[in-house]
Design a protein around this ligand. Structure first.
Ligand code: MGD
Ligand code: MGD
Ligand code: MO
Length: 684
């Protein structure tokens, strides 16, 4: 039996360190690693389920080909390579390299993902790619425009806060390790305020819960700013020294009084006063905005409005005082920046690039005509389930001539493929990851040989390069040699810029990022055009066409009476899955139940819906049939269906969402989305 240090490479704030126990070449257990001060108690249920996930009988262990009747048959790697190579050569010759779409998303983090990009660019000659992101870019861009960069205090500094505001973040599900320092702070007398249309588990210990209508938080924040200024609760010294645009901002919120906001947000006026008083008088405050709230068409501007509250009260750059959006300090290798580099199309190395918006994947795929798309290659993503407007994405996939999906399981996307290639998992290849919440650089260690006939992407691309006419030596050079040594050399190359980091050291456990600021921005350096915190941002206006000041803009689907669908649909993340991953495992199924729609009793009664009824949730884009969970925890006027269920598991919530970009950052406005709900007669 051997025990190794490793870390969870899922797209999740926590990025837990843990130990993995291996026996007889198999993963048999996972245990906490207390050396990560942010995740000392180890992994969640999903982490525990890695043992099942690695050894699951449902795992794809061989290449498969789809039969005309839609079933899949096992084929040899030689046959798979040969079919794929013929297609790649054919499409490039007939239509050009850009007739192939390379689609990758956030299923597995790591530096080696770079090799895929190299293949499509340098070996194949420039496939079409996607720009933007399904996740967090509106908030990242809002923060960058204001503070100059995305970094925050270490998670354990939350214990120093006297006021914590969880604003549109549901840490109890999406970042459970964050509840540890929050709990300690509350034990020590800190106040906790939660702003969320739902009463989530994160609000169990909250002193104040504010439930605005979805997409209206900008107005709420501006009213709080109005009261902070009116009551003299702003930090004038901090503002004088660090802030640009205060005067313009102050005059822009003159009319944003609580009555104005109350009418928009449907929050009682006295709650707005209570919120402002807490933010204005309790120091230090850490404001934790979530990513759900910025997945609206006005998400970037909303984030700027919230951030203004931290700025006005001087809650930046001190222990316990922080804007806690994303901490990119452990991304020392620039790997997160890559997806944005493709936009706009450019040819820095002479290779033509074309990219389409991930937020509008279906529509953009269908719209390409020069050349039209003929083939897609999907890895680390499940776009049929996770991208907006599933029907459009399906239509676009089905219009293609050829589809390859590299996957561990038969997801909704894999089921659309002509060829499915088995994907490695986190125990089968060594890689390095950062975290957007905890401040460690970590090693994800290879602890077993790939199961069945699984090959890593690095191996697959190396072979395809040779099939496309490159010599082995050329493939080694442009990609990397597909061996453990090749991986080690590649990672050592990345680490060479950081003499304080070595593979040997990373094997011992998590290492704090080089140059880490435990308390971010103590130096008062803000990398904005003016060198100050920019409440007024000319760059925001120039780059995105938004108001240069933080402003409340009405969400696209929010206008009352704008359509026949009166209820806001929120589709947040849920504790038992990472998006569409883990839901197929029996350990998770034991606790995750079936797809449900949360609905408020008032809305349910109006529609004759009782708890447990089967209901149809629908709009002009599509419908899903789920079970109603009638609960006061869900705000009136909203329906909640967590994202990530597969179609084959009974509910693909993105059948209901529109492919729409956020106001900045090329994010995806999933939640700006309205629906109607009706009871199904005869219990379908
Ligand atoms: N267990 C688990 N953890 C995860 C993930 C997962 O899938 N599962 N995914 C990871 C990833 S990639 C991400 S992006 C993060 C996201 O995690 P979070 O940042 O927590 O974001 P969401 O879960 O999308 O939404 C959080 C809360 O925002 C609320 N909300 C929705 N609309 C509004 C609004 O208009 N105003 C306000 N104030 N609140 C609103 C929702 O009700 C929800 O409770 O979680 C990460 N962690
Ligand atoms: N309606 C709605 N939709 C949403 C959201 C929402 O709030 N509402 N949230 C959005 C957000 S925040 C995000 S981040 C996205 C996430 O969307 P995706 O990035 O598509 O995420 P996952 O569902 O995690 O799917 C990743 C797939 O990668 C596979 N995978 C894992 N490891 C590997 C590997 O090493 N190699 C290969 N080839 N494959 C691997 C997994 O098996 C899984 O099927 O979803 C978005 N979709
Ligand atoms: Mo995300």
């Amino acid at each position: 039996m051997e025990i190794y240090n490793t870390a969870c490479p899922r797209n999740c704030y926590s990025t837990c360190s843990f130990k993995v126990v291996v026996d007889g070449g198999k993963v048999i257990n996972v245990k906490p690693n207390p050396n990560n001060a942010a995740t000392p108690e180890g992994v969640c249920l999903k982490g525990i389920s890695y043992v099942e996930r690695a050894n699951s009988p449902d795992r794809i262990l061989f290449p498969h080909k789809r039969n005309p009747d839609g079933s899949f048959s096992r084929i040899s790697w030689d046959e798979a390579y040969s079919i794929i190579t013929q297609k790649l050569i054919h499409f490039r010759k007939e239509y050009g390299a850009q007739s192939v779409l390379f689609y990758a998303a956030s299923g597995m983090s790591g530096l080696l993902n770079e090799i895929s990009g190299r293949f499509w660019r340098k070996i194949y000659g420039g496939a079409t790619t996607v720009y933007g992101n399904l996740c967090w870019p509106a908030g990242l861009e809002a923060t960058r425009l204001t503070l100059g960069e995305n970094k925050h205090n270490v998670p354990w500094d939350l214990e120093n806060a006297k006021l914590i505001v969880l604003w549109g973040k549901n840490s109890s599900e999406s970042n459970i390790q964050e509840m540890i320092p929050i709990g300690k702070a509350v034990d020590n007398g800190a106040k906790l305020i939660v702003v969320d249309p739902r009463r989530t588990d994160s609000s169990q210990r909250a002193h104040l819960l504010i439930q605005p209508k979805p997409s209206t938080d900008g107005a709420l924040a501006l009213a709080v700013a109005h009261l902070l200024i009116k009551n003299g609760w702003v930090d004038t010294d901090f503002i004088a020294q660090n802030v640009s645009g205060y005067e313009q901002f102050a005059s822009s919120v003159k009319d944003c009084n609580p009555q104005w906001a109350s009418a928009i947000c449907d929050v009682p006026v006295d709650f707005i006063h209570k919120l402002a008083e807490a933010i204005g008088t309790i120091k230090p405050m850490t404001l934790i905005p979530g990513y759900g709230m910025q997945r609206y068409s006005n998400g970037g501007q909303t984030t700027r409005c919230l951030l203004a509250l931290s700025v006005l009260t001087g809650n930046i750059g001190k222990p316990g005082a922080c804007w806690h959006y994303a901490n990119l300090q452990s991304y020392v290798f620039d790997d997160v920046l890559e997806p944005l580099c493709y936009y706009p199309p450019s040819t820095p190395d002479g290779i033509i690039r074309r990219s389409i918006a991930t937020a509008r994947l279906g529509a953009d795929m269908l719209a390409q005509d020069n050349p039209p798309l003929k083939m897609v290659w999907v890895e680390r993503g499940n776009p049929i389930t996770q991208n907006p407007n599933t029907s459009k994405v399906l239509e676009a996939f089905r219009k293609l001539e050829f589809r390859v999906v590299v996957e561990q399981f038969f997801t909704d996307t894999a089921l659309e493929a002509d060829i499915v290639l088995p994907a490695k998992n986190m125990f089968e290849q060594t890689d390095i990851i950062g975290s957007y919440w905890n401040p460690y650089v970590q090693l994800v260690q290879k602890v077993v040989e790939p199961a069945g006939e699984v090959k890593t992407e690095v191996t697959i691309y190396h072979r395809l390069a040779q099939d496309l006419g490159f010599t082995k030596e050329q493939a080694d050079q442009v990609l990397i040699p597909p061996t453990d040594q090749g991986v080690t050399d590649f990672l050592n190359g990345k680490l060479s810029a950081f003499p304080q980091l070595s593979l040997e050291q990373l094997k011992q456990g998590p290492v704090l990022a080089p140059g880490l600021e435990e308390i971010a921005f103590t130096d008062g350096v803000f990398r904005t055009p003016s060198g100050k915190i920019e409440l007024y941002s000319q760059q925001a206006a120039d780059s995105w066409g938004v108001n240069p000041l933080p402003s409340y803009d009405v969400g696209v689907d929010a206008t009352e009476g704008s359509n026949a669908y009166p209820l806001y649909l929120m589709s947040p993340n849920t504790k038992n899955r990472i998006h569409s991953q883990f839901g197929n495992l029996s350990v998770v199924k034991m606790v995750a139940g079936e797809p449900v729609a949360l609905i408020n009793p008032d809305d349910a009664r109006e529609r004759g819906i009782a708890n447990g009824d089967r209901v149809r949730v629908y709009n002009s884009r599509g419908e899903v049939v789920v079970t109603a969970d009638v609960t006061f925890a869900n705000r009136k006027g909203c329906v909640t269906i967590p994202n990530g269920w597969w179609r084959t598991q009974g509910c693909s919530v993105n059948l209901l969402s529109e492919g729409r970009e956020t106001d900045m950052g090329h994010g995806t406005a999933f939640h700006d989305n309205k629906v109607e709900v009706e009871k199904l007669n005869g219990k379908a």
